[in-house]
Design a protein around this ligand. Structure first.
Ligand code: GLA
Length: 689
């Protein structure tokens, strides 16, 4: 199905401000922009303790399924064919992914012909699978791997072409799958004719069970009804995993919103029964590698199925490094089978802890925000008994440290630090953990001098010795320490704060620049250790004096629910430049911004502007479904807002006093009714400076 779920397109800064990462903006993110502390759902009292009746594969999927599915990379394009599927199986073996645990090679929609044959049997598309599905299964099995297939619990599948669904054909289709040697079925929800999911999904469970008894090959059963009927409440006896949300797409906003929907369902996951927040997008190009590491870390602490969704034949070394990180995979595949739960999430600083079979905890420190953040918890808060010290292993850096109990990091924008913390008698043999953080300017004008502090904190039970901190920037930047950069010994909890003055070259182009803080230190035994933090400084240009249209000024960042933010047109929804003239209540406005909720467009005003004005509303191009509310923020203060507006409302005049503000954020929320047709217009938007 084509879900109109939240799909936030991150845009690159324009007007000469290009950024690789939408990284450390010097913008405080209001608490309201982030989820409140997630309250966990409570597990049903009647939850069965074992996977007694689940499909045919009793005792299957005791850890979350791992493998590949073509959908996220190919959809129905012709490249989804036998050569691709067998190529992926080859790569699983050749690149060590099979050894790392990836096992299922799964076909998604579009493998069949639109019509059944005269006997009512499914027919593989001969253009894609000229040798049939059994031949593919034989090939995949010959590599020691397993084959999955897809159909819908409806009359047709989800693709527009409408391939046959299994509603009313459960027995025959299941038998065909079993005869082909299928090991896994993803069972979708499209064209379900309104038949209750609690009938449709058990019908296929029973059919799979009967069919697999004739072949002796268990079939993992993946329920894909997008969380619409709360399958976590009733499907433990039905399937091994159930989708909890609409479809993921290859964007930061989609991944984030899906993670937030799946996290509270932790109590329902256990061996043989998993919450499924949809397949991985790692490697598909719509997120940065930092964001893909967060995606992979989050899916692993959530004990989610790890189904690779990128065409591995074209994947980069970084993609292989992420998908092949065995220490992270071990968190996902831990035999205790617990899904991690949220310890705290204030202000977009997430702490998620997962209990592991050996008594240790995986702890994800996940930074939802657009700038580096200090995120902190403790060994006690994640459930470990009191001990003088613990072993703290960084699962992305593959390093061990000792900690006296603090589990903290300054985490880059959109990044995740993933630790495994455990009691360990040998803790003193590891160097002390340190946190390298920073505070201060992240916006500066060319030629101007700004001040930043680096802060190195010893988290270990042992002191950090011979500490030396440095800060480096791009070619031509002047960076000078104005307080000590060294410390002889930093005991537990003590900090070395160093003040720096940084000057961007007078001719620096506006844009984002990396500053890299590094620290060297030694453990008491003399062993060397290092820490590093990359943060971003934006070189910004102040707006000209007089009145300027927002659409004539470069923005610092722009987030948008669907498609890019448009200048001087409505939002369109998909590609840049696909909007229409901004029209509110029949009046066309030549200037303004067209956005789609949830949206946030930030401008640098440098304390030089006094007022922002606009006429706002839902564009006339949308039907009655669109509901949005507008907010103007001057730094951290909301200075103007509207109630929820629909396109039957007349355009509202917004006037905001912004004197002194360094940045101004134009926020559009969904008006509280979900993100549907929320085309917001900031007509005639202008700054007086
Ligand atoms: C639905 C599912 C997706 C994918 C497509 C195929 O949207 O949720 O995961 O299988 O159908 O058409």
């Amino acid at each position: 199905m084509r879900h109109r779920s939240l799909r936030t397109a991150r845009q690159r800064i324009i007007g000469g401000l290009s950024v690789g990462l939408l990284a450390t903006l010097g913008l405080a993110v209001p608490a309201a922009a982030h989820a409140p502390r997630t309250t966990e759902a409570t597990a049903p009292a009647s939850a069965p303790a074992s996977a007694s009746k689940a499909a045919s594969g009793e005792g299957s999927a005791l850890t979350p399924p791992m493998g590949f599915n073509n959908w996220n990379s190919t959809h129905c394009r012709a490249e989804f064919n036998e050569a691709m599927v067998e190529g992926i199986a080859d790569i699983f073996v050749a690149k060590g992914l099979k050894d790392a645990g990836y096992q299922y090679v799964n076909l998604d929609d579009c493998w069949a012909l639109p019509q059944r044959d005269a006997d009512g049997k499914l027919v593989p598309d001969p253009a894609r699978f000229p040798n049939g599905i059994k031949a593919v299964a034989d090939y995949v099995h010959s590599k020691g791997l397993k084959l999955g297939i897809y159909t819908s619990a409806g009359t047709k599948t989800c693709d527009r072409a409408g391939f046959p669904g299994a509603l009313g054909h459960e027995r025959s289709d299941a038998q065909q799958f079993a005869d082909w040697g299928i090991d896994y079925l993803k069972y979708d929800n499209c064209n379900n004719q309104g038949v209750d999911a609690k009938q449709r999904y058990p019908a296929m469970r029973d059919a799979l069970k009967a069919a697999s008894e004739t072949t002796g090959r268990p079939i993992v059963y993946s329920i894909c009804e997008w969380g619409q009927n709360k399958p976590w409440e009733w499907a433990a006896d039905v399937g091994h995993l159930w989708r909890t949300t609409g479809d993921i797409s290859d964007s930061w906003g989609s991944m984030l919103s899906i993670a937030k929907q799946n996290l509270p369902l932790a109590p329902y996951a256990r061996p043989g029964h998993w919450n499924d927040p949809d397949m991985l997008e790692v490697g598909n190009g719509g997120m940065t590698d930092t964001e893909y590491r967060s995606h992979f870390s989050l899916w692993s602490v959530m004990a989610a199925p790890l189904l690779i969704g990128t065409d591995l034949r074209k994947a980069t070394p970084e993609t292989y490094q992420i998908l092949g990180n065995r220490e992270v995979i071990a968190v996902d595949q831990d035999p205790l089978g617990k899904q991690g739960s949220v310890v705290s999430s204030e202000g977009g600083r997430w702490v998620i802890a997962k209990q592991l079979a050996d008594g240790s905890r995986a702890v994800a420190l996940f930074n939802e925000t657009d700038r580096a953040r200090h995120i902190a918890t403790t060994a006690a808060a994640v459930g470990l008994d009191h001990a003088p010290a613990y072993r703290l292993r960084d699962l992305w850096r593959h390093q061990d440290y000792n900690t006296a109990g603090a589990v903290t990091a300054t985490v880059p924008a959109h990044g995740t630090v993933l630790y495994r913390i455990s009691p360990d008698r040998r803790w003193a043999s590891y160097p002390p953990a340190v946190e390298l953080g920073g505070e201060g300017a992240s916006l500066t004008e060319a030629g101007a001098t700004a001040q930043v502090d680096t802060v190195l904190t010893d988290l270990g039970r042992t002191p950090a010795r011979r500490v030396a901190v440095r800060l480096t920037g791009p070619e031509g930047w002047r960076i000078r320490a104005v307080s000590p950069t060294r410390a002889g010994s930093l005991p537990t909890g003590k900090k070395l704060t160093t003040r720096w003055r940084i000057t961007a070259p007078a001719d620096a182009e506006p844009g984002a620049y990396d500053l890299t803080a590094g620290a060297d230190y030694r453990s008491p035994s003399g062993a060397k250790a290092t820490a590093r933090l990359v943060s971003t400084v934006h070189v910004v240009v102040p707006p000209p004096s007089g009145t300027s249209y927002a659409s004539d000024l470069p923005w610092l960042s722009a987030l948008n629910g669907w498609g890019p933010v448009e200048k001087d047109t409505s939002v369109g929804e998909s590609a840049a430049g696909d909007g229409h003239p901004i029209t509110l209540g029949g009046t066309v406005h030549a200037r303004g911004l067209g956005v789609h909720a949830p949206s946030e467009v930030t401008y640098y005003t440098g304390g030089r502007c006094t007022a922002f004005t606009a006429r706002v509303g839902v564009d006339d191009e949308e039907g009655a479904a669109g509901t949005v509310a507008f907010e103007v923020w001057a730094d951290d203060t909301k200075v103007a807002s509207t109630e929820a507006l629909t396109n039957t409302d007349a355009a509202k005049a917004v006037t905001a006093a912004i004197a002194g503000a360094k940045t101004v954020r134009l926020v559009v929320t969904d008006g509280g009714d979900g993100v549907t047709s929320d085309h917001g217009d900031w007509a005639d938007a202008a700054f007086r400076c």
